[in-house]
Design a binder for this molecule. Structure first.
Ligand code: DGY
Length: 321
């Protein structure tokens, strides 16, 4: 069987999967795109019985699930990120892991720029003030900063980072980046500059975090790193919450090291309403909606299915991790 961890994905996804096997859909109860994962015992049971698991972020495929998967051949996630899957262990067990790169690049980059403008121009705060009837009294505190002439530092220049850089150039923002691998062709094509990480952090007005979460990059932004950022910088994270030590981020915001932060991702998702971050006026929060456009989510769901179809037909998914 082919186990799909959520109901409510676009119909075209289930139809494609039915071409290559019997599809079993778990009644997750929430939105198919909820970051709340399905219970571990459900995944273990599915891994025991099925050849393929089609999942979303939050559905944790760890050693226990993989060990249960006697017949399991492929795990296909409808996401580009794979930090919810023990990819190394899957490889050792001979289980293929597939994901959905490229199709969400524009949607995530659009949101990143939206978050930049939201936090620098206090859009969400202004909205809250109007709704609470207090906008007139505090008008003076709704001052933002211009984008033009500022420097943005992109940390981790993958496809999403490049798409953000392209957009920022249109605002006359000077763009620099740091990445483990230098990309001269992108520097040339977009007119952006490579910098060592410390120099990037200490000179950027807007810091965009777009790198993948791996065991090596967990808490990449810790106290030491926040201590190096330019005073008054804005921090935007559209990658993964686990890249950031949240306590260190909150301290940097409280100390005025950061003027603001705009976050689409958190180490715990969904972020509890009573979380400290939710009480801070200089923080803009969105619930992991980087790829949440109708067109993009449809393509992600279909591609997750196409990976499985391709695997059963040719022995290889379209996008293996
Ligand atoms: C991804 O694809 O990894 C996003 O974070 C979820 O859409």
């Amino acid at each position: 069987c082919i186990f799909v961890s959520r109901e409510g994905f676009p119909e075209s996804m289930y139809k494609k999967l039915e071409e290559v096997g019997r599809v079993e859909v778990y009644r997750h109860g929430g939105s198919p795109w909820s970051t709340r994962g399905v219970p571990k015992e459900v995944l273990i049971d599915a891994a025991r019985r099925c050849e393929a698991l089609v999942i979303f972020i939050g559905d944790v495929i760890d050693k226990e699930v993989l060990d249960a998967g006697e017949k399991l051949k492929i795990v296909s996630t409808a996401s580009v990120g794979v930090d919810h899957i023990d990819v190394e262990y899957a490889k050792r067990k001979g289980v293929v892991v597939a994901h959905t790169p490229y199709v969400l690049v524009d949607a995530v980059a659009d949101l990143a720029v939206g978050l930049l403008i939201a936090v620098t121009r206090k859009i969400a705060l202004g909205d809250r003030l109007i709704r609470s009837g207090a906008a007139d009294a505090v008008w003076g505190s709704l001052m933002g900063v211009n984008l033009r002439g500022k420097r943005a530092g992109i940390v981790g220049l993958g496809n999403i980072g490049v798409a953000i850089a392209r957009r920022l150039k249109a605002f006359d923002i000077e763009v620099a980046y740091w990445s483990r691998r230098r990309k001269p062709e992108v520097e040339f094509a977009l007119g952006i500059e490579y910098m060592e990480l410390d120099s990037l952090l200490s000179s950027s007005d807007f810091i965009f975090l777009t790198m993948a979460l791996t065991p090596e990059t967990r808490w990449f932004f810790n106290r030491e790193r926040f201590a190096k950022v330019k005073r008054g910088a804005y921090f935007i994270n559209v990658a993964r919450g686990g890249l950031v030590d949240t306590d260190a981020l909150i301290e940097a915001l409280e100390a005025g090291v950061l003027a603001g932060a705009a976050l689409d991702v958190f180490d715990v998702e969904p972020l509890p309403a009573r979380h400290k971050l939710a009480s801070m006026d200089n923080v803009v929060l969105t619930p992991h909606i980087g790829s949440a456009t109708v067109e993009t989510r449809r393509r992600m769901a279909e591609l997750a299915a196409e990976n499985v179809v391709s695997f059963f037909r040719t022995g290889r998914p379209i996008y293996a991790v």
